[in-house]
Design a protein around this ligand. Sequence first.
Ligand code: VGL
Length: 215
Amino acid sequence: MARALLITDVQNDFTEGGALAVDGGAALAERITAFLRRHADEYDVVVASRDWHDATGDNGGHFAVTDSPDGSDSPDGPDFRNTWPVHCVADTPGAEYHPALDLSFVDVHVRKGQGEPAYSAFEGTTDAGADLVDVFFDRDVHAVDIVGIATDHCVRASALDGVHAGLDVFVYEDLVVGIDPASSEAALEEVRDDGGHTGRSDMDEGRQRPGGAVL
Ligand code: VGL
């Protein structure tokens, strides 16, 4: 039985100065790196995901755009729930990982959203074309800890998919940042309601899970 850490979408466009900046994103990248320095060796595999959208088209309605790069010509503009400004376009600086995230700890890279909305890292594939769920099952991963951006979107969807795939999911509340505070709180509640766990990474040295099991 193995354990994984999943780092979702810590990308330039989701951090300060990016196209879809989430407050606290840059500081989060630093905190995740600090966490990795202390705890990466406790994981059998560390996975990082990236949103990786096509430069052309609206990526299945994900981008609120008609013909201007920033969505300003779109009749209604982005609603920041289902439609978004252009972000994380493949092979652009905005799609790169935030520089404060230390990639030397990352074993597997997953990309998602090519031509479509894809919030969950489980919708993504590795460079070798494998689905994330197969990456986990091939390694006998039974538990996944999740950190990253955005609590109310990628983290939420990844955590729910993980739970529904039968994984023991734990979201570190102090190692995620969300777009909207209310929907971020609701997302964590939804994860708990569906059988996942949430808590702080700094609860104690062993990061105690509910029920008392220290991992
Ligand atoms: C995400 C908003 C728009 C995410 C992706 O991955 O959290 N959020 N697209």
